[in-house]
Write a protein that binds this ligand. Structure first.
Ligand SMILES: NC(=O)c1ccc[n+]([C@@H]2O[C@H](COP(=O)([O-])OP(=O)(O)OC[C@H]3O[C@@H](n4cnc5c(N)ncnc54)[C@H](OP(=O)(O)O)[C@@H]3O)[C@@H](O)[C@H]2O)c1
Length: 162
C-alpha cells in the first residue's frame, strides 16, 4: 500500500488531497509505474481527468455499483476479486481511506510519506500496528524540504517477523 499522510494520519479532505506536494506525486508515479493499482471508486473520481486512468499502470476500481463505468479501468465488486486479479504480480493499493482500512491485513509492504504539519482532513490512514516494522526512512532523520517549503519524509514498513 502507498499513501501520504499528515502528522496526525490525515489523508483526504472533501474528496481530494489536503495539500499539493509535487515531489510526492512524482514519487508515487515512480513507485507504481508498470504495476497494477487498486483503488476505491472515490479515489478514482478524485483523479484529474488527464491521469484517469493512471497511465502505464493496470487500473482496478472497487465499487459495489454493478453499472458503474470507469473507462480505461477494470471495475471489481469486492476486495477479494481485486486481489485475485493481481495474484502473482506486484500491485499497489492506492486508497482511499475505506480501501486502505480493508486492505491493510492483506498488504505486505507500506510506503508512507509523512508530511510535517496538520491539515483539515475528513479521511484518515489506517493505524500502523505492531504487526508492522519500520525498515527504512528517507531521509534517515529530519525531513526533506520540498520546493514549496513543505517538509516530508518517506517511510517503508514490512510485516514484523516477515
Ligand atoms: N493521501 C493519500 O495518499 C490518499 C490516497 C488515496 C486517496 N486519498 C483521499 O482519500 C479520499 C477518498 O477516500 P474514501 O475513503 O472517501 O473513499 P475510497 O476508499 O477511495 O472509495 C470508497 C468507495 O470504494 C468502493 N468500495 C470500498 N470498499 C469496497 C469493497 N470492499 N467492495 C466494493 N467496493 C468497495 C465503494 O464504492 P461505491 O460507493 O461506488 O460502491 C466506496 O464508496 C479522498 O479525499 C482522496 O483524496 C488520499
Amino acid at each position: 500500500m502507498i499513501w501520504a499522510q499528515d502528522s496526525s494520519g490525515g489523508i483526504g479532505m472533501g474528496g481530494t488531497l489536503p495539500w499539493h506536494l509535487p515531489e510526492d506525486l512524482a514519487f508515487f508515479r515512480e513507485q507504481t509505474r508498470g504495476h497494477a493499482v487498486v483503488m476505491g471508486r472515490k479515489q478514482w473520481e478524485s483523479l484529474p481527468e488527464r491521469v484517469r486512468p493512471l497511465p502505464g499502470r493496470r487500473n482496478i476500481v472497487l465499487t459495489r455499483d454493478a453499472s458503474y463505468e470507469a473507462p480505461g479501468a477494470e471495475t471489481v465488486r469486492s476486495l477479494a476479486d481485486a486481489l485475485a486479479r493481481v495474484a502473482g504480480e506486484r500491485a499497489w493499493i492506492i486508497g482511499g481511506g475505506q480501501v486502505y482500512a480493508q486492505a491493510i491485513d492483506d498488504a505486505d509492504e507500506l510506503v508512507v510519506t509523512t508530511i510535517d504539519g496538520d491539515y483539515d482532513v475528513d479521511v484518515h490512514a489506517p493505524v500502523i500496528g505492531e504487526d508492522w516494522t519500520l525498515v527504512a526512512r528517507e531521509p534517515g532523520a529530519g525531513w526533506t524540504t520540498a520546493a514549496n517549503g513543505m517538509r516530508y519524509a518517506v517511510e517503508r514498513y514490512e510485516r514484523t517477523g516477515g
